[in-house]
Design a protein around this ligand. Structure first.
Ligand code: AMP
Length: 296
């Protein structure tokens, strides 16, 4: 695996079919599942490592975001990456923010409401990565279901030829979705955080029992969330998988999403719903504690 810092150098290392896995680093099994899947299906797998400042509203969140390039390089190579693209801010934003991608209504709801400007930042950086790397396919986690909807809409709208694909959420054995931010949870906060996934699984049970009304589905989730006083819930919602916008009733593919703060850490999670069969994708659970908490 080669580590490169410039878009022009990435393109020198591309052969055959090219897959891209964009990340902000401090890799865990969720990222590694994307890299492994990508590399099994492409000749060249580019993993990008870039903590994108324009998608952070909260300066403390940006400053405390974990960074360890040597660790990430080792993990990415073992998972099958052939190129690690780790640019600096200047390489990605050579003109500052003179030109950016804006997003429509999805920028104001759920994650968009609680993180103003977040999806414009995501759409902008992903557009740069797609244009600069020119991959055949880019892989994203369904853990960030609204982000996946935004990126798919952006690529469709701006006519990027890259296929945008999603893969299931990877979870700890008790259900907590993996996130690089989980590293910042204290033992007590970690115990509280599992209420997010528990609430989504309660909602999933309601959906799989045949419920299509968002209000009823969310009542099941809220009951679990209300039982955990250490969580400050920001939203619980059912949204359309294609648009990322909230829906009152499930008619097409959708996701049930929650966001909450535990101490200083903000966590999000969701489960995906098949609009026809009402079957729910609850993600994949690890049998061991994540590599987030140990030497690799
Ligand atoms: P991040 O480094 O958090 O920006 O995430 C990079 C990519 O990994 C995004 O496409 C995320 O959706 C995906 N990802 C993050 N956490 C998980 C997870 N627990 N399971 C699956 N994919 C994930």
């Amino acid at each position: 695996m080669k580590t490169v810092r410039a878009f022009a150098d990435v393109r020198e290392h591309l052969t055959g079919t090219v897959a891209l896995v964009p990340t902000m680093g401090y890799l865990h099994e969720g990222h590694l599942a994307l890299i492994e899947h990508a590399s099994k299906n492409a000749d060249t797998t580019v993993v990008s490592l870039f903590v994108n400042p324009t998608q952070f509203g909260d300066p403390t969140d940006l400053e405390t975001y974990p960074v360890d390039e040597a660790r990430d390089a080792d993990l990415a190579a073992r998972a099958g990456a052939t190129v690690l693209f780790a640019p600096d801010v200047e390489e990605v934003y050579p003109t500052g923010e003179l030109v950016t991608v804006s997003v429509g209504a999805v920028g104001d709801v759920l994650e968009g409401e609680f993180r103003p400007g977040h999806f414009a930042g995501v759409a902008t950086v992903v557009a740069k990565l797609l244009a600069g790397v020119q991959p055949d396919v880019a892989w994203f986690g369904r853990k960030d279901a609204q982000q996946l909807a935004v990126v798919q809409a952006m690529a469709r709208s701006l006519r990027f030829p890259t296929a945008i694909r999603g893969l299931p959420t990877i979870r700890e054995a008790d259900g907590l979705a993996l996130s690089s931010r989980n590293r910042r949870l204290t033992v007590d906060e970690r115990a509280a955080a599992v209420a997010l996934s528990r609430s989504l699984f309660a909602a999933a049970d309601a959906v799989e029992a045949g419920e299509r009304q968002s209000q009823t589905i969310l009542a099941a989730a809220s009951e679990e969330l209300a039982g955990e006083p250490r969580l400050t819930v920001e939203y619980a919602a059912v949204a359309d998988a294609r648009t990322g916008l909230p829906v009152e009733e499930i008619q097409r593919d959708a996701f049930v999403a929650v966001a909450a703060r535990v101490g200083d850490v903000r966590l999000i999670d969701n489960v995906g719903v098949d609009g026809d069969s009402l079957s729910v994708d609850r993600g994949i659970r690890l049998s061991e504690p994540s590599i987030l908490y140990r030497e690799v």
